[in-house]
Write a protein that binds this ligand. Sequence first.
Ligand code: SF4
Length: 280
Amino acid sequence: MRTVDTAKVRKAVEELCLKANFELRKDVLRALRTALGREKSARAKGILRSLIENARLAKAKRIAICQDTGMAVVWMEIGQGVRFTGGSLRRAINDGVKAAYKKGYLRKSVVGDCIIRRNTRTNTPAIIMTEIVDGDRVKIEVSPKGFGSENKSRIKMFKPTASLREIKDFIRDVVMQAGPDACPPLVLGIGVGGTFETAAVLAKKALLRPVGKHNLNKSLAALEKELFDEINALGIGPMALGGRTTVLGVNILDYPTHIAGFPVAVNVSCHATRSASRTI
Ligand code: SF4
């Protein structure tokens, strides 16, 4: 067994929270630049230029890309040959989030419960997603998620007989209903298959995949490209003020499902699609 001190995890989570909030992912930045070259309207071009400049300033001055610094989603791929030492892993993750949000002057957006809604003032608890994998490494990925776009996400349990057209229409309607509230141009994470909750987790996990990198399954890659073209043809555009760029990317992840079902979840993410990862 390889031992990993949870203090190392705490430090990594802290640094990844800061990096994700200050440095826009290279793939997202690249997609914004590509979109700028594709746009015709002056307004759409102006918005994309502002987003690119915003990302440059955030990185240079170590300030948040967006005022909504999100709820911290922490993904852990834990090799089965790892034994943690140094105390609670959960506490280490939350302490890392707490330290980053304090140190980086990042907005604390978490309320302790949905009814009383008192801010915990630490941006914790984080959402912790763990997966046991082969090997003796620990991969940590932090994706802060803003709720302007999160609130526009949807899931639908289709009948197994649903046509591809019905699925596409559902996804397109999610984007249309999101309108300006989700801060387009968007990145769409789509989860298909599994059970109700698997589809939702897959949809969020799909957002971690670099924009422009397609699913290895040819038919799903084709669906990603078709959705990208069809949604961008809607003309919603940057900040929903018109243009050719409504989505920067469409990422699908899938899982086997039951003969009687076809779950489809869409996790809507904004132009500030953020994440950072490290393997220890
Ligand atoms: S949806 Fe994204 S860009 Fe818009 S406020 Fe939230 S985090 Fe910021």
